[in-house]
Design a binder for this molecule. Structure first.
Ligand code: 13P
Length: 279
């Protein structure tokens, strides 16, 4: 069942759990995430970045995710991750995406507010919720490169003002995580997160969760993180599965065969994360 993220994340906030948001990049990843959601009976957010959308187009990803959603009674959200322009956000909205992120975090504060507000105005008219970002989550995801930023934390007072002025439904905040593969163990600033949670009353979003130790993820959920994003580890899992198949069958040439190996690994990973997020 294709649903909006609004009711799911408001319920998660009220009942202190989180919904997993998994980046899908091909049909096999959509099927694997769907299988994991069914096995664990978990609502799920499937999301695509601008880089992914460049690969096959908004219409193709929406059709894949919608087809998956129609096969199940489990709530499935189709979410735009890190929407990087007004045009792309509106394109996804018109394509049928049921949740939109606009990421103006690289812009000056007032410009981020103005861009986010303009997306909120359009999306709310169609009952579609909006995730925004304030502060810089570090690392690199597709074309979004924050490797050189100093990963400054989100300012809690600014976060409260930002939510008030934009009317956004969920807020991604920078508390020490980064996109991509961590070089060491990530250090989440729980003091900053606690202050944000005190001042901001909407669901918060944790980006860059691949590689974050599970106890830190649980602590984040207890401090208001209601949407937890995983991308890098799904890519690694899929590719590992494909490589394993090729290793065992170097003469194989059927994409369905190696795709199945990739799917299996993604499904196993997502099942594990879905069980974690319920706690
Ligand atoms: P990771 O690639 O670190 O899991 O981050 C995912 C993410 O935040 C997607 O927006």
């Amino acid at each position: 069942m294709l649903v909006s993220s609004k009711e799911l994340l408001d319920d998660a906030l009220k009942n202190h759990y989180a919904v997993g948001a998994f980046n899908v990049e091909n049909m096999e990843m959509v099927l694997a995430v769907l299988a994991a959601a069914e096995e664990t009976n978990s609502p799920v957010i499937m999301q695509t970045t601008p880089g992914t959308l460049k690969y096959a187009g908004v219409d193709f990803y929406f059709a894949n995710i919608k087809a998956a959603a129609q096969r199940t009674k489990i709530p499935v959200v189709c979410h735009l991750d890190h929407g990087n322009s007004f045009e792309l956000a509106i394109q996804a909205f018109h394509a049928g995406y049921t949740s939109i992120m606009i990421d103006g975090s690289k812009l000056p504060f007032e410009e981020n507010i103005a861009l986010t507000r303009s997306i909120v105005d359009v999306c709310h008219a169609g009952d579609i919720p909006v995730e925004a970002e304030l502060g810089r989550v570090g690392g690199k995801e597709d074309d979004l490169d924050n490797t050189k930023s100093k990963n400054p934390f989100t300012d809690p007072q600014e976060a409260a003002e930002f939510v008030e002025k934009t009317g956004c439904d969920f807020l991604a905040v920078a508390v020490g995580t980064a996109h991509g593969v961590y070089k060491g163990v990530p250090q989440i600033n729980f003091e900053v997160l606690t202050k944000i949670h005190e001042l901001v009353k909407i669901p918060l979003v944790l980006h860059g969760t691949s590689g974050v130790p599970e106890d830190q993820v649980i602590k984040c959920i207890n401090l208001g993180m209601c949407k937890v994003n995983y991308a890098t580890d799904l890519r690694i899992a899929y590719t590992h599965g494909v490589k394993e198949y090729i290793k065992g069958s170097p003469d194989g040439f059927d994409p369905k065969k190696y795709g199945a190996f990739g799917m299996d690994e993604v499904k196993n990973y997502v099942v594990q994360k879905m069980n974690l997020l319920k706690n």
